[in-house]
Every structure is written in C-alpha cells, then in structure tokens.
Ligand binder design. Structure first.
Ligand code: SF4
Length: 227
C-alpha cells in the first residue's frame, strides 16, 4: 500500500474511531464534522446545510465569522494541512437548500424578554421562537445584528438570516438598565435573557445577566412551589 495512504488510514483510525474527533471537541458548537465532510464529498450540500442549521441559528453568519478552532486541531495537520471545515460549511450554506419542514410546537405560556439584538441575542431569540416562546427583543440601537451588521460583505446573508427572528417583537432605542429596569422586565415577562458579552457594554450586560438569572431562578422556584 502507498505509504501516504497508509499514513492517512492511521490518522483516520485515531481521528474517528477512538474518541470524539479533536476538531469536534474544539468546535464550540460541536458540529458533526465527520458527517459534514461525508455529505460534501458526496456532493450533498443540502444534507450539509441541514446538519449545520440543526446545531445553530444564523448559520450563514456564523460560518463566515467563526475563527475555526477546529482547523488547528485537525489530525491532517500531521500529514499536510488541515481540512478547511469553515469553507465546507460556507459551501453548504451557499449551495444547499434550507430545510423547509416546520415542526408544530404548541405555543408556551411564557413570554421572554431578550436584552440586546446582537448576534448572541438573535441566536437566543431564534431558538426560543422555535420552541414556542413569545419573544420581545430590547435593542439599544435602531438595528439588529450589533457590530457584525456593519460588515458590508455580510449584508445579503443578514437579509436572509433575519427571517429566523421575524416572529419576535423588537423594541429599538431602548437601553435596559437605563430606559427600563430588569425588575420591570421581570414584572412583565416570565424570564429575561441577556446573551451578549461583547463591546464596551460587556460589564453592564454581565451584571444584568447575573441579576436576570437570579430573578429568573427565584421566579422559577415560586412556580415550582405553587404547582
Ligand atoms: S468552522 Fe467553527 S463552527 Fe465550523 S466546525 Fe470549525 S469551529 Fe465549528
């Protein structure tokens, strides 16, 4: 057998048979990279796209801005160079079809306030909407997307991806902790989530998040005791 093929086979054995592949362990989303590369190798970009979208909303944006920690952990680095998973993901998002099947989830009784309409807040919103919650986003600026929205290369992708949060109510130009307090939000909503930690508002957001989690736990304990 060709020595290179032998090396690749040995690497593959270590990579996928003994434990979770190192690239998957390094990926914050734990994308099933093995299934993804198999789908792309078979020319099935739609299967690849659905695999990524199952893991994360706003996949079109994320696979363009991810710093790809999976690449440095790829076992192929020992042989030649890493599999460029992020590029494979982009190809899937560009050429694959979106899964149009919509699961019928009964609406939940809780309304949730999401603090911040940056990428993190939008991911939380899309996930909550999918699970049947009613969501209101409180955004300090007049646009959704945060600083990532300024990237002109992402403009078309944003237009397509924002459909995922079309069911949410958005209250613009409202700073939580200034125009409205977290206590007021918790009076009106079943829970409040502050998902963003970036930029100059990091400290304030972290503090708000801690308060929100504390209040949410107190309220959840109240519900549990009452039921
Ligand atoms: S590019 Fe990013 S999201 Fe994609 S598999 Fe690698 S680490 Fe995960």
């Amino acid at each position: 057998m060709d020595k290179n093929i032998q090396n690749i086979n040995n690497l593959a054995k270590n990579c996928v048979q003994n434990e979770v592949p190192h690239c998957v362990a390094a990926c914050p989303l734990h994308v099933d990279i093995k299934a993804l590369t198999k789908a792309v190798a078979g020319g099935d970009f739609t299967a690849g796209r659905q695999l990524i979208e199952k893991k994360v909303p706003f996949a079109g944006i994320l696979c363009r801005i991810c710093e790809a920690p999976c690449t440095s952990r790829c076992s192929r680095n020992e042989l030649d160079s890493a599999v460029q998973v992020r590029e494979l993901e982009r190809a899937c998002m560009d050429f694959g079809s979106k899964d149009s099947a919509v699961a019928e989830i009964p609406p939940k009784k809780w309304r949730v306030a999401v603090v911040g309409g940056g990428l993190s807040g939008l991911c939380v919103t899309a996930t909550l909407l999918k699970r049947g919650y009613s969501v209101t986003i409180f955004e300090a600026s007049s646009v959704l997307g945060g600083r990532r929205r300024e990237d002109v290369l992402l403009k078309d992708v944003w237009d397509e991806e924002l459909v995922a949060v079309a069911g949410a109510q958005v209250i613009y130009n409202t700073v939580v902790g200034n125009d409205v307090t977290i206590e007021q939000l918790l009076e009106e909503f079943g829970a409040a989530v502050s998902a963003g930690f970036g930029g100059s508002r990091a400290h304030r957001r972290r503090r708000l998040r801690e308060q929100a989690i504390y209040q949410f736990r107190r309220r959840a304990a109240g519900y549990a005791a009452a039921s």
